[in-house]
Design a protein around this ligand. Structure first.
Ligand code: HEC
Ligand code: HEC
Ligand code: HEC
Ligand code: HEC
Length: 427
């Protein structure tokens, strides 16, 4: 009798210990970044509103991406404004290609499809590759067709583009783990010896952004998206990569005045950030652009992905002890310095296009000399554009960016001198 009672008590006690241990492990060892219950989202569900039913805090903050407000520094911001208003040299430097007719400041993720559709840069010949970084529906399209979709007309693919950049671009619906949807990113990292599927959580907090916020080109035959990273992430390394004419890719266009074969740089936020002090200190894109917030005691990641200066306390004060004012002034000072040199580089390059054009029209001009001038200008423009096309006005990597612009200005002056020497002119 007594034995039975004791055994019963021991069993209860044993069960109690097991339950307690489970609670402790759950709470302290397996503790997720924030406490969210996993929902059963079906594969192929791309509507952020459906995801939002299960993850309301994340969805509400995602909805804020529709807010359009300028940045307090006067750079960036979420208002669609033509960049050429502040930098008219853009109209000369991109003459002969679509960026001279429409080149606006970027805004929030929910606008990605709308802004692509409304862009004057696209027409009936635009290829499907452009869909890659604009919609979560890319996942199905790539699964169905592989890279063959890249050659289809974009107008045809618009029909399957239902949802802009949204939850499934960054999350696996079954586990909610971060995951990269863009195959071009996975391929480029693989060539560099990195298996994205085995990346740490901290790395994924930048990789999910790097899959779209990066420089790329379309392979001439297949139109597939390729990231030019085989030699590294710096402007010089990417320039050397392009110099090899990968898969026959030589240029984006020929400038009508200077006849220089030019490359167009595209938003290299990931590459620029990667060499900067924050990346080197292990700070991810999400740390600044998706900081942790609290709502009724619940911790969650802000999904309002915009200028961190709009919530500087949450974004920066977790690591920096300086006041919000001090930090904002630092950012603005860096950006003012970068903008000044970016503007000078752009204007010097614009002058070089004109000078080479005029020098070439002089009958006796030495063609080899003119070609050297064009090569100098091609590189000068790449060094300017890789900074100008980046979205932080230098903040992501100030020292590299200022170095790049210094070299750009020098090369543009050399191009002008070389052209004048070839033609015996003084333009
Ligand atoms: C240390 C903090 C920090 C990190 C890390 C960081 N950024 Fe930024 N980012 C900023 C700041 C500050 C700005 C400038 C905002 C402004 O001008 O208002 C900015 C600007 C931007 C912009 C332009 C915003 C606008 O208003 O138009 C984009 C896009 C961007 N970052 C993407 C990224 C990506 C992608 C990564 C990672 C590869 C990254 N950032 C890493 C702080 C950071
Ligand atoms: C641009 C990429 C991106 C998009 C789009 C995105 N997320 Fe996230 N999400 C993140 C990152 C980064 C984290 C932080 C993950 C971590 O630290 O492990 C996160 C975390 C989460 C978490 C975990 C809890 C938390 O708040 O940290 C949930 C739940 C979540 N997101 C839901 C959503 C939902 C719902 C949507 C669509 C409305 C969405 N996400 C869209 C990048 C994204
Ligand atoms: C699937 C592609 C994709 C992914 C993933 C993505 N972005 Fe974007 N991002 C875009 C596009 C496209 C735009 C421009 C949308 C427009 O202007 O219509 C943009 C715009 C932005 C802006 C400007 C917003 C504003 O208010 O001006 C910021 C900041 C930004 N992204 C940061 C990030 C960060 C940080 C991550 C990772 C957490 C990320 N993005 C992941 C494609 C992406
Ligand atoms: C997760 C931590 C972390 C976050 C978040 C963070 N920083 Fe930093 N920041 C660092 C570290 C580490 C350094 C390297 C120098 C040091 O150790 O202080 C640094 C350096 C800097 C520097 C000087 C280096 C330079 O590039 O000139 C500035 C300015 C700066 N941060 C501004 C900001 C701003 C603005 C934000 C928010 C948008 C921010 N940081 C967010 C950790 C962080």
């Amino acid at each position: 009798m007594w034995n039975k009672k004791l055994r019963f008590l021991l069993v209860i006690l044993g069960l109690g210990v097991v339950v307690l241990a489970a609670v402790v492990v759950q709470a302290f060892v397996l503790k997720p970044a924030s406490t969210v219950a996993l929902a059963q989202l079906p594969k192929g569900e791309y509507d952020p509103a459906v995801w939002g039913k299960y993850y309301p805090l994340q969805y509400e903050s995602y909805q804020k991406n529709r807010e359009m407000a300028p940045s307090p520094t006067g750079y960036g911001g979420s208002v669609k404004v033509q960049k050429s208003l502040k930098e008219p040299e853009i109209l000369i430097n991109f003459k002969g290609m679509p960026f001279s007719s429409d080149y606006a400041e970027d805004r929030g993720h929910p606008y990605a499809i709308e802004d692509l559709k409304g862009s004057k840069r696209i027409n009936s010949t635009t290829v499907g590759s452009c869909m890659t970084c604009k919609t979560a529906n890319i996942i199905d399209v790539y699964q169905d067709k592989g890279w063959d979709y890249a050659k289809l007309p974009l107008a045809e693919l618009f029909l399957s583009m239902k949802h802009p950049v949204s939850c499934a671009n960054c999350h696996d619906p079954a586990t909610m783990q971060l995951s990269v949807a863009n195959p071009a990113f996975i391929e480029a990292m693989q060539r560099g010896g990195i298996d994205v599927r085995k990346a740490s959580r901290e790395q994924m907090r930048s990789y999910v952004c790097g899959q779209c916020h990066a420089e790329y080109y379309f392979e001439p035959q297949t139109k597939r998206v390729v990231f030019p990273w085989d030699k590294g992430f710096t402007p010089e390394q990417m320039y050397r990569y392009y110099a090899q004419k990968p898969a026959g890719f030589e240029q984006d266009w020929l400038h009508p005045d200077s006849q220089a074969r030019l490359l167009k740089a595209q938003h290299p936020d990931f590459e620029t950030f990667s060499g900067g002090v924050h990346a080197k200190s292990g700070v991810s894109c999400a740390a600044c652009h998706m900081p942790f917030m609290r709502h009724n005691g619940q911790k969650y990641s802000s999904h309002w992905v915009t200028s961190p200066l709009k919530h500087i306390e949450a974004s920066c004060a977790v690591c920096h002890r300086q006041s919000a004012d001090w930090l904002q002034t630092r950012v603005k000072t860096i950006q003012d310095h970068v903008f000044e040199l970016q503007h000078t580089a752009g204007q010097t390059i614009a002058r070089a296009h004109t000078v080479i054009g005029k020098a070439a029209s002089v009958g006796k001009a030495d063609t080899a000399g003119l070609d050297q001038a064009r090569e100098l200008l091609r590189k000068a423009q790449w060094f300017w554009d890789i900074v100008a096309a980046e979205n932080s006005m230098g903040f992501h990597n100030p020292d590299q960016v200022l170095n790049t612009l210094g070299r750009s200005i020098d090369m543009a002056h050399q191009a002008i001198q070389r052209a004048n020497k070839a033609a015996g002119t003084q333009f």
